[in-house]
Ligand binder design. Structure first.
Ligand SMILES: Nc1ncnc2c1ncn2[C@@H]1O[C@H](COP(=O)(O)OP(=O)(O)OP(=O)(O)O)[C@@H](O)[C@H]1O
Length: 273
């Protein structure tokens, strides 16, 4: 069963008329993880933001985005806001940008959870404390009392994952959530995403340029180039038997990087992580 169906998604810049995504169609199955891969500027982030209907002013979109039978394209902004967070949750590249820099993390969490569930401060604190502990965030109360700039990128990503655990969304969209992190944090954050899927059974769109991460987390892969989907298939097929020359070059560059790291680390490569 499909949880999310994107049909003929087109995105263009209304100021210049240039078309960035000419027309993408794809489906996300219930409980499945779909990876979006492709070089920088291929349209992965725009695809994610279009699903959330959070594109920047000046960009326009058309096409259908159907979540559990409801076409999000036809919803008013007020109705759309009810879907964001609770039903569709976006976890961004840079945790720092996701939070309001002028208020403590706990205030942001209270506001978000009050809006979706009507919870008060005590309920929010108790639920977030449990979720933060489950993603290995130490001193959750201390974290909630801090401002975003006082936390590391890895900690902010974990706060976002903890919030997703509490919100229990139907679909999590993670847009390169490990890019801003060091290697150890990347590894741990990917583990947390895997746990998120296992414990909540949510469906996930996971954007990454790291095929090692994709191999670990995704069931299916879409490969994008210049705004178009050039190849799609199961993760196993894409990584072992890519048909499109562009996908083969992506896999080959990943293998080259793997060999390089293996040489540098005396035997332990990226894919072994
Ligand atoms: N607000 C905007 N106005 C005009 N063009 C934009 C805007 N945002 C993105 N684009 C263009 O859309 C294209 C796709 O950008 P997008 O951010 O989706 O790429 P991406 O595949 O996510 O790349 P990366 O891996 O670097 O994040 C790029 O050519 C970019 O310049």
């Amino acid at each position: 069963m499909n949880r999310l169906e994107v049909s003929d998604l087109k995105v263009w810049d209304s100021r210049t008329g240039s078309v960035i995504i000419p027309g993408s169609s794809f489906q996300l199955k219930q409980g499945s993880c779909l990876a979006l891969v492709g070089e920088s500027g291929s349209g992965k982030s725009l695809t994610c933001r279009s699903i959330m209907r959070l594109n920047q002013p000046g960009l326009r979109q058309s096409g259908d985005i159907v979540l559990d039978g409801v076409n999000l394209t036809g919803l008013s902004e007020k109705e759309m806001r009810k879907h964001r967070g609770k039903r569709l949750c976006l976890i961004m590249q840079n945790g720092m940008r996701a939070f309001d820099p002028s208020c403590a993390i706990g205030v942001y969490l209270q506001e978000t959870l009050r809006r979706h569930f009507g919870w008060g401060r005590d309920e929010t604190t108790a639920r977030m404390k449990t979720a933060m502990e489950s993603v290995m965030l130490k001193d959750p109360i201390g974290v909630m009392n801090r401002y975003p700039h006082q936390l590391s990128g890895g900690m902010l990503q974990r706060v976002m994952i903890a919030l997703a655990i509490v919100l229990e969304p139907d679909v999590v969209i993670a847009d390169e959530p490990t890019t801003a992190l060091d290697t150890i944090s990347q590894f741990e954050v990917v583990e947390q995403f895997q746990r998120l899927r296992e414990t909540m059974g949510c469906s996930m769109i996971f954007v990454s340029h790291d095929l090692g991460v994709v191999k670990r987390i995704a069931d299916e892969v879409l490969v994008m180039k210049n705004g178009e989907i050039v190849e799609r298939g199961t993760t196993r097929d894409i990584l072992s038997d890519a048909r499109h020359a562009y996908t083969r070059s992506l896999v080959a560059s990943k293998l080259a990087l793997h060999q390089y790291f293996k040489k540098m680390t005396g035997g332990v490569g990226l894919a072994d992580r």
